[in-house]
Design a protein around this ligand. Structure first.
Ligand SMILES: *Cc1c(COP(=O)(O)O)cnc(C)c1O
Length: 469
């Protein structure tokens, strides 16, 4: 492709993207295709000869959009949001066009230096103390893996990478049952094993970790000759928004010489608003925190930020040439690939820089506050309907509910969920609370308005009564 065609098609694609976003409100949120519908339309062998862009693009327009679930839809209330604010899409286009590998300072100084700067902007925005430095990963799963590997190495006196794990007693990590499955997978991949993920009981309506149970579990393990390595807490768990008491958990962890990693992948973005920070009280005691600007904050996927008190520990774990004596901070040269698992890295800081400058923190706070207010209003109005009950109260903009039924409440609510998602005006997903099905609602789309909350109420209530009669 020559540069004139590159220019022409870049313009066309930009037009397509703007039209796509502008028309989303009229589309069903969840793809309405059947399994295999898209696969059957794709050629079963690669072309020997190149094809024209006109042909490729016409096929794209015909085949792909019907098979999309529209994550940027204003009435996407499923899972958690994955907002890509238009300004971050524009920045990401620049990143794609530049296509630099940003693993070392010298492989693109602008990327490294901007990363240091915007991660510190986010630290300030979240109200964290200056002791935290940070790095941008692709996903929270990768950040948590890096944190778990660091816990493991620290606990094994930095011998695990060299000896392997067979040479040591079992390494133990502590978390509740509310943490995301990325924690389980981090333990698998780190070689620690799922059976060494010790589940600590929860208490209270926020389903937070019981600190005294944590203390007892660590003592028991140590007495048995096992190696307690670290604690993983959550703020805004994926199922129903569980929040561990961070300060109390950190105190127990530190009393035993363990470190604490906090997964706030979704809820972390809300901490740009002062009034929500009670949910992670004591956060400044954490050793590592992950949150995903690619969820609620509006940064195009992928963009996950990890804050670290002692980045040198993570570098010692992950750098292939340990540089114990170098300064990994503001006055040294930073090679961010040494802070993370993959070597190659995108220039992810650019979309944060554009995003934060375009919206300003105040603009982002307004968006998040609206989501929280609308979700709480919807929860109250559903709770006021005689045939609905809230299963869990709103945590920020997430709550769960169910429609009452005379028999088989689980099947009834799954039927309702199917009816809602087939209808297409809104998109919801389910979870289990104490073993029973609950429908989740989270407000988080950047384009959502209060009227979209009204639509959600109408769709939920009307379809529930229709499938009941
Ligand atoms: C979404 C989510 C994750 C996983 O995030 P990825 O960036 O997709 O790896 C982990 N923890 C929590 C609490 C989440 O909400």
């Amino acid at each position: 492709m020559d540069s004139e065609d590159f220019r022409l098609w870049s313009h066309k694609v930009a037009d397509w993207g703007a039209d796509y976003r502008a028309n989303l409100r009229d589309q069903p949120v969840r793809a309405q295709t059947q399994p295999g519908d898209i696969f059957r339309q794709l050629a079963d062998a690669p072309p020997e000869q190149g094809e024209s862009m006109e042909t490729i693009f016409a096929d794209f327009e015909r085949i792909v959009p019907p098979g999309l679930t529209h994550w940027q839809h204003p009435r996407f209330f499923a899972y958690f949001p994955a907002n890509a604010a238009p300004v971050s899409v524009i920045a990401d286009y620049l990143v794609t066009a530049i296509a630099a590998q940003c693993m070392l300072w010298q492989t693109s100084p602008a990327a490294t230096e901007m990363e240091t700067r915007v991660v510190d902007w986010l630290r300030q925005a979240l109200g964290l103390i200056p002791d935290f430095a940070g790095v941008i990963h692709d996903s929270a799963s990768t950040a948590t893996l890096a944190a778990v590997l660091t816990m493991r190495e620290r606990a094994l006196s930095w011998r695990g990478n060299t000896d392997g794990l067979a040479a040591h007693a079992a390494v133990r990590i502590y978390a509740t049952a509310e943490v995301h499955t990325s924690i389980d997978r981090a333990l698998w991949i780190a070689g620690i094993g799922a059976s060494n993920l010790v589940r600590i009981p929860t208490q209270g309506s926020l389903k937070g970790m019981d600190p005294s149970a944590l203390d007892a579990a660590i003592r028991t393990d140590r007495a048995a000759g096992l190696i307690p390595a670290g604690v993983i807490a959550c703020v805004g768990g994926t199922s129903v928004g569980a929040c561990d008491p961070i300060g109390a958990v950190a105190d127990v962890a530190h009393a035993h010489g363990l470190t604490l990693h906090v997964d706030a992948a979704w809820a972390g973005s809300a901490m740009i608003c002062h009034e929500f920070r009670g949910l992670w009280e004591g956060i400044d005691k954490a050793d590592s925190i992950v949150f995903n600007p690619h969820k609620w904050l509006g940064a195009q996927f992928d963009c996950s930020v990890q804050f670290l008190k002692t980045p040198a520990d993570q570098v010692r774990t992950l750098a292939i040439h340990p540089e114990y004596l170098k300064t990994h901070g503001h006055d040294g040269l930073i090679n961010y690939s040494e802070w993370s698992v993959p070597l190659g890295r995108k220039f992810r800081a650019l979309k944060l820089w554009f995003l934060l400058r375009h919206h300003g923190l105040d603009g982002l706070r307004t968006i998040i506050r609206n989501h929280v207010a609308w979700a709480q209003e919807l929860a109250a109005r559903l709770a006021a309907e005689p045939d609905f009950e809230l299963v869990t109260q709103p945590v920020l903009s997430l709550f769960s509910f169910r429609h009452r039924a005379d028999a088989d409440v689980n099947a009834h609510n799954l039927t309702l969920l199917q009816a809602i998602n087939d209808d297409g005006r809104i998109y919801l997903t389910q979870t289990r609370v104490n073993g029973a099905i609950a429908l989740r609602f989270q407000a988080g789309s950047f384009d959502m308005t209060r009227a979209d909350m009204e639509t959600a109420l109408e769709v939920i209530v009307t379809l529930a009564r229709r499938i009941t009669t």
